[in-house]
Structure formats: structure tokens, C-alpha cells
Design a binder for this molecule. Structure first.
Ligand SMILES: NC(=O)C1=CN([C@@H]2O[C@H](COP(=O)(O)OP(=O)(O)OC[C@H]3O[C@@H](n4cnc5c(N)ncnc54)[C@H](OP(=O)(O)O)[C@@H]3O)[C@@H](O)[C@H]2O)C=CC1
Ligand SMILES: O=C(O)C1=N[C@H](C(=O)O)C[C@H](O)C1
Length: 260
């Protein structure tokens, strides 16, 4: 299909182009007058779309304005190296990165623009802010904070990157006094008041569901976000790519895109 070209065209390299998110983004960009996929990167060239696919990121010699990455932590080290070498802005959406990889992200952001977000949806990024006000009132009043996340049965990392980001947001509001508990199966003592419990459910085709529970004496408040399709993440990622193209080196997040 020949698409109408807009005035301002953002050229994207899609890392993880054969995956679930890579495909949703390819479909979305196909209809976008102001964006195109210059090349894809994945472990195999499945010839799904009409852009060139490289199985090794370092073989990719296409001119581009930004990379979007939805792949695997196994790809992250090379993705960061490539983007630093090419001074290519990077929208990093892959979750499950190690502590060491997270510090490499910070280092890379000194050389090129990096926007890392575990969740590209408007809803979760709004919730991250709202929760801080709630925590300041409720956790201070002694409410316990718990997070339950639910995802499809193909998800490999647990807890989700979003659950960790939600916990970090709560914790930041409380001067980082809290610690996270992922598994209570070996515990023989009651809950610590400074813990945030994080539980993961995996099943079927659940796109992504996050519940933040504030449980106090005789009352409970719950905040819940449900993604009904992967398009919410794809839209956010393409918007972030357009925002990041041409930006100076630095670490960005979705709040920069939403409040631009
Ligand atoms: N920030 C956000 O809003 C969101 C983040 N995510 C995260 O994005 C990531 C991808 O999700 P999803 O698309 O569902 O996963 P998929 O497994 O469907 O897709 C990942 C793709 O990346 C490929 N891949 C694996 N290793 C490499 C590598 N070294 N280089 C290039 N490509 C590679 C995989 O190939 P193969 O299958 O052969 O291994 C696969 O085609 C996950 O970490 C997920 O948690 C997902 C949704 C939203
Ligand atoms: O793997 C997924 O699918 C998702 N991963 C992200 C996460 O780990 O938080 C975001 C979203 O919930 C979907």
C-alpha cells in the first residue's frame, strides 16, 4: 500500500519487529503520514513487512531518526551500544532489565537521547502521578500498599516493569522508605508495615492489568488500569519516537511526552 507522506517524516528503526509489539507498531506506522519504518531488527527475517530486516543490529546501515525497542533484555546491551555509536535517540520499552543494564541505560543517556518507560499508555503514566498524592495521605495514615498485576501467558518477566514503576512511584512519594516483597510463600511472620507486596498473575491473553491497593483499617481504596489492546502501548511509543527525534542527549520518560 502506497501511503501519503506528510511534511515531517520521522524514520524509525524497529527493534523486535517480528514480535507482538513490533507488529502492532508496524501496522500503526503504515497508516501514519509523519512516520515510517526505515528498517527492522529481529532474530530472524520473516519478511512480514516491506521494510528491510537485519538479524544483527550492527549490520543495519539505514539512515534513521530514532529507534523503538520492544524486544528482550538479551538485545539491550547491543541496542545501547548501537544507539550510542550512531547518536541515535532510543525509545526503550523492553522490560525485565537487570540493575547493571539500568546503569548502562543511564550511561548511554549521557551520549544520546534515551526515553525508557515500562508502560507507554497514557493511563498508567497518569496513574503514576495520581498515586503519589494518594500514598502521601494514605500510607502516612498507616494504609498498607499492595500491587497485583495480570498479564498473558507469553510474558517472560515477573513482576511486570509497570508494577515495579508503580511501586517506585509510591516509594518515591514516601521518601524511599519502603522495600518490595514478591513472594511470601516462605515467610512465617506478618507483613512489615514498610513493605509493598507485588503479585503477578499469568494467564490467557490478558493484555495488561494493574491494581494498586491501599488497605487501611476498615476501608480499602483500589486504583486499577486495564489495557484492552496493545495499541495503547504502540500509540504511546510512536508518539514518544516523534518527540525524541532530534532531542539532545539525556534521560527522558513519558511525562516529557505527555506534558510537552
Ligand atoms: N513499555 C511498554 O509499554 C511495553 C513493554 N513491553 C515489553 O516489550 C518487550 C517485548 O514484548 P512483546 O512484543 O510482547 O514480546 P515478543 O516476544 O512478542 O517480541 C519480542 C521480539 O523480539 C525478538 N528478539 C529477541 N531477542 C532479540 C534480539 N537480541 N534482537 C532483536 N530482537 C530480538 C523476539 O524474537 P524471538 O521470538 O525469536 O525470541 C521477538 O520477535 C517485553 O519486554 C515486554 O515486557 C510490552 C508491551 C508494552
Ligand atoms: O509484556 C507485556 O505484554 C507488557 N509489558 C509491560 C510491563 O512489563 O509492564 C507493559 C504492559 O503491561 C504489557
Amino acid at each position: 500500500m502506497q501511503k501519503k507522506r506528510g511534511k515531517k517524516m520521522v524514520r524509525i528503526i524497529m527493534n523486535g519487529c517480528n514480535g507482538h509489539m513490533g507488529r502492532v507498531i508496524s501496522e500503526l506506522v503504515e497508516k501514519d503520514e509523519n512516520a515510517e519504518i526505515a528498517a527492522g531488527i529481529d532474530v530472524a527475517d520473516m519478511k512480514i513487512y516491506n521494510y528491510p530486516v537485519y538479524t544483527n543490529v550492527f549490520d543495519c546501515d539505514k539512515e534513521a531518526d530514532v529507534m523503538i525497542d520492544f524486544s528482550s533484555p538479551k538485545a539491550t546491551d547491543n541496542v545501547l551500544k548501537y544507539c550510542v555509536e550512531k547518536k541515535l535517540p532510543l525509545v526503550l520499552c523492553t522490560t525485565g532489565l537487570s540493575e547493571e543494564q539500568l546503569s548502562c541505560v543511564n550511561e548511554a543517556a549521557k551520549e544520546t537521547a534515551v526515553l525508557r518507560s515500562a508502560n507507554m499508555s497514557l493511563g498508567i503514566n497518569t496513574l503514576l502521578k495520581l498515586l503519589q498524592d494518594a500514598a502521601k495521605v494514605l500510607a502516612t495514615a498507616g494504609f498498607d500498599m499492595e500491587i497485583v498485576e495480570r498479564h498473558h501467558n507469553l510474558k517472560v518477566d515477573a513482576p511486570s516493569g509497570t508494577a515495579l514503576a508503580l511501586a517506585d512511584s509510591l516509594n518515591e512519594a514516601m521518601d524511599n522508605e519502603y522495600h518490595y516483597v514478591y513472594d511470601r510463600s516462605q515467610k512465617r511472620e506478618k507483613r512489615d508495615e514498610k513493605e509493598i507486596g507485588i503479585s503477578a498473575v499469568r494467564g490467557g491473553t490478558i493484555v495488561g492489568d494493574h491494581e494498586v491497593i491501599f488497605a487501611g483499617p476498615d476501608e480499602v481504596i483500589e486504583f486499577r488500569h486495564t489495557a484492552y489492546s496493545k495499541t495503547v502501548f504502540a500509540k504511546g511509543a510512536v508518539e514518544a519516537a516523534k518527540f525524541l527525534s532530534g532531542k539532545p542527549a539525556g534521560l527522558y520518560n513519558m511525562s516529557h511526552v505527555i506534558n510537552k
